[in-house]
Design a protein around this ligand. Sequence first.
Ligand code: SD4
Length: 290
Amino acid sequence: SITKPIVIATWDVPNATAKAFEVLAGKGNSLDSVEQGVMVEEADVTNQSVGKGGRPDRDGKVTLDSCIMDKDSRCGAVVYLQDVVHAVSVARKVMEETPHVILAGDGARQFALEMGFPQDDLLTEKSKKEWLEWKKTSKYEPVINIENHDTIGMLAIDSNGDIAGACTTSGMAYKMAGRVGDSPIIGAGLFVDNEIGGATATGMGEEVVRTVGSFLIVELMRQGKSPQEACEEGVKRIIAKKENYRDIQIGFIAVNKAGETGAYCIHPGFSYRKYTEEGHQNIPAESYIK
Ligand code: SD4
């Protein structure tokens, strides 16, 4: 059957969603769509939360987390990857070329270089300068809604009606060395099920991991909730488990197989980009705190 293709992504990322939709419009599949879509943000040095130009950890190292999942529930991920821009493509190679799901750190980098990915310095002058400034106080205080583009999580349904998702980030700025967030963790930062739909997250990853947020949202949709209702429940679950939830931001987006979408967050300021044949728009998400 022929379905209407759709792409959604966390935050206002018009270039990434345009690229992803271009792949779908050319009869490409959803896996290629989400990979090529999020690669736009990985390459964009002005996005300081993803790929090249990302903010470093507290020791000045840029370390990337990414995962990808397809219609057959195949998945791949890299965590704590250094020196390679396109973490999502390395994640896809983990999925396609290895018997494993996750590769970490030096092993992930070694694998990427063996696969022919170019080595690159991910720390830009701008991010380096800000980090050196931060080091003067070294206060770890994640900022809510740092910019209007941030960690990118993307979900796409192609004209065959098949879903795929990808998520990629440089993680929380000035994190501890070795820290891994939700974004590369299947079920936490991203989950898709071709029978139901998909969900992906942005914000304080620790909270998304301990509630297995994206898996929760897909399962709620399986039980009959709309994507909007499911995203609201996902955020409320985090709020119920976190006394000082006011100090953090979480944003979820979801799509079901009918192409209905939803989004919800703790604080105002989160939005998502939606791209269909009818056009594209930046949609502000409803928030728990008004
Ligand atoms: C993380 N969820 O590493 C990511 C960060 C993020 O917008 O989404 N920033 O916890």
